[in-house]
Structures are given as structure tokens and as C-alpha cells.
Design a protein around this ligand. Sequence first.
Ligand SMILES: Cc1cc2nc3c(=O)[nH]c(=O)nc-3n(C[C@H](O)[C@H](O)[C@H](O)COP(=O)(O)O)c2cc1C
Length: 290
Amino acid sequence: MKLSIPVVQTIQNRHSVRTYENRPLKTEDREALLECMKRLENPFGVPVHKYIVDKKLEADGEKLGTYGIIKGASTFLGVSVPNRELAPLAAGYEFENLILYATHRGLGTVWLAATFNRENFASAMGIPQDELFPAISPVGYPAVKRSLTERLMRSAVKAASRKEWNELFYQADFQTPLTKASAGDYAQPLEMVRLAPSARNAQPWRVRKTENAYHFYADYKSGLSDGEKRIKQVDLGIALSHFHQTALECGLTGAFERIPQEDISLPETLHYLMSWRIGKEKGENIHETL
Ligand SMILES: Cc1cc2nc3c(=O)[nH]c(=O)nc-3n(C[C@H](O)[C@H](O)[C@H](O)COP(=O)(O)O)c2cc1C
């Protein structure tokens, strides 16, 4: 399903907001978010649960904490998924669509996977015990001036910069970079992948183009904990939201599908997750072939 917002423009406008005006969310914004949360879906067949909670600043100030990273916000969104294959990918996809929708309404957000008190947010949001709880985001009105903490954080991860095309997108053999010219109609969806947010701005998405598909991989070294691997999958889900929503906006047809990666010996840091088969009918469900 295409979000009913201008996708490319919204992706270009989005940036993380950690400093908010000290005022509650307006009723109309809350209702619009709730309506959007009800309608969201993902193409990976995983049920994704979304949450919204308010923290009463005085009483709960300590409880729903973000280690001093977030200033001024009193409302938070959250996401949980069953603990199964591709679930973090689906969580990344669906929660990013919610983030884009909020951005379009002029609201500030920031993905938080690490710097929040997970236990207390899980209890405030009522996250089921057996579900994965990958992330939350504050939602509110961006303050005019960023806090010092926020400025330091952004500079530590070079938040405003992104890798170039030749570090992210490749032709069939992973040796030859994919140029914008050879990506053709898909240059725009790929450019929107490039602009995606990722944990610590690591930008782990790598894409390989073959004749009739784009294949998506997460790039990370061995030795990551299961939790860290799940965050890489969330990062890829965010990239797939940008790719898919932009493709839909550009009128491109295709479908997500797991395609065996037999034609290639992969660099060992690359972990295959999902492909987009070009030209299949829109809206088709994922067909598991692996
Ligand atoms: C999955 C994910 C987890 C993140 N976790 C945190 C976090 O725990 N704390 C934080 O301050 N920022 C977090 N971020 C925000 C990133 O640092 C930020 O998106 C990145 O630096 C790019 O900056 P931008 O969002 O302004 O484009 C996270 C982002 C993503 C996508």
C-alpha cells in the first residue's frame, strides 16, 4: 500500500529530532497518527504492532527515560513483532512508514533502538512478553534549537552525511558499481534508500542489480550479537520502506520475494535478506522460495 503522502519530498525533509518544544501533542495530530497506525501494513506477511503512550512529565519523568538524549517530548511511539524470521525487517518497514507519515504532518521523530529504558517502555506500552521490541520514537514539535547533547550526537555519527552510490549499489557481480544511468527508473528509489536513517548512521544496506531484480543485503562483520543482527535487519526494513514507497510513487511495478542467491559467491560481510522482482503485479504477497 502506498502512503498517501509525497514520499520523495518527505524522505528528503526527514531528519532525526531529539529536542522538542515542551508541549503536548495536539488532539488532531494524535488522532491522525492513530488512524495511520491502524491502516499500516507490510509486504512481508508479519503482524507488526504499533503503540503510542504519553508520559506525564512530573510523575513519570524518571520512568520513561531516554538517558537525557531526548528533551521536551511527552509522547512516544513504539513497535513490536513476534520473534520469527524477517520480523525485524517488517518492523523496520512499517515503523518507518509511520515515521514518514508523522514527518509529513510536520512532527519530529527519531528512531531509538538503544538509548531508552526498554523495560519501562515495554511495561507502559504493554508489549507482549514473547515479542521483540526493537525500537521507539518520541513524537512532537521540533524545538527551534538543538540541545548540546543532540549536536554532539549528530556530529559523532556524521548524521547529515551518507555514503556515495559506488559504496552501496552494485551490478550483478558485486565488483562493478551501479551508476544512476544504468539504474534508469530505479535511480530514484535507490537514492531514497541512500538517504535512509540507520542505527549509528552505519548505512549497512547494499544492493545488487541483476537482469530482473534488485537484491538487498545487510553489510556487517562476524561476531555481532543476535540483538545487533536484528537491528541491521531493522535498518534494511527502513531502506525497503523507502525503496518500495518511492517505487510506488514512481509507478514502478514489482514484488518482494526471497530469491536464492546461487549465481554469486558473496563477500562474507554481506547477508542476504530480500529481493524486489521487477515487473510483477503490484500488491502480490511475498512468495518464499528459500
Ligand atoms: C534502527 C535505528 C536505531 C537508532 N537508535 C538510536 C538510538 O538509540 N539513539 C539515538 O540517539 N539515535 C538513534 N538512531 C538515530 C540515528 O543515529 C540517525 O538516524 C542517523 O544518525 C542519521 O541521522 P538522521 O536520522 O538525522 O538522518 C537510530 C536510528 C535507527 C534507524
